[in-house]
Design a protein around this ligand. Sequence first.
Ligand SMILES: NC(=O)C1=CN([C@@H]2O[C@H](COP(=O)(O)OP(=O)(O)OC[C@H]3O[C@@H](n4cnc5c(N)ncnc54)[C@H](OP(=O)(O)O)[C@@H]3O)[C@@H](O)[C@H]2O)C=CC1
Ligand SMILES: O=C(O)C1=N[C@H](C(=O)O)C[C@H](O)C1
Length: 265
Amino acid sequence: MRLVVVGASGRMGRMLIQAVAGTEGCTLAGAVEREGAEAVGQDAGSLAGLAPLGVAVTDDPLRVFAEADGVLDFTAPAATVAYAELAAQARIVHVVGTTGLRPEDLAKLAAAARHARIVRSGNMSLGVNLLAGLVRKVAATLGEDFDIEILEMHHRHKVDAPSGTALLLGEAAAEGRAVALAERKVAVRDGHTGARAPGSIGFATLRGGSVVGDHSVIFAGPGERIELGHRAEDRGIFARGAVRAALWAQGQPPGLYGMNDVLGL
Ligand SMILES: NC(=O)C1=CN([C@@H]2O[C@H](COP(=O)(O)OP(=O)(O)OC[C@H]3O[C@@H](n4cnc5c(N)ncnc54)[C@H](OP(=O)(O)O)[C@@H]3O)[C@@H](O)[C@H]2O)C=CC1
Ligand SMILES: O=C(O)C1=N[C@H](C(=O)O)C[C@H](O)C1
């Protein structure tokens, strides 16, 4: 499968180049950065700390999408919405790891997925997607006398909160309880908040250092607490998940898929 990495010089972009180069049956068909970026013109392999791959980073996505089967996109919401349109025009698979997408961005991806194969997940790792299944089950089993709180910590450079993973886990908890997350979510607490609203799903965000991604889901009940968690130690887990998603999506009809579809969970 011929894959393009957009946001090639980002933390995830470089991991994705490594993952594509290290996966049998995949070749790097292009690496894209925005106009004026320092990486444009550099060899993508060298950028990712590998031997040169003979693929120069370009600022022209259309040209490389035309020669590819899929695009791996861990960038930023505005870029992802624009790439979704280009990927749909080129009829190629679009794997979206970008987080912080607003409802209107998600609506645009859903529109593109009427004609395109898009896999989107706030976390492409096997572990987090397994964890989501456990959270759904525990939330369905326990009553509302168990309060659900989701705690996450990420590196100091992360720009969105709560993390895509925290929201994914919150959705899983809400599904387990057969409620809508939007109606139960408490993303921030500050000042005189009053007592905790029964049935709410709370989020707490920590940022600092080089933490790759830590998530805990806490079910706090009368006299006991259950904690389910995941610690990411290496961004390679997300990049390998994205390549796996692209290979899987190649054989699917147009639609908007998640990692649970890819992993058969
Ligand atoms: N789903 C998952 O499993 C995971 C998701 N992520 C998500 O992936 C995203 C990227 O994370 P990370 O690699 O750490 O971030 P970085 O900031 O390191 O990389 C982002 C890249 O995207 C580029 N970019 C940003 N905006 C635009 C734009 N408008 N047009 C073109 N290129 C753009 C940046 O270029 P420039 O520097 O010029 O802005 C940069 O190269 C985040 O949303 C993060 O949450 C991260 C890990 C796992
Ligand atoms: O920005 C990151 O780094 C990460 N983002 C994703 C998220 O928002 O959950 C996935 C992972 O936790 C790392």
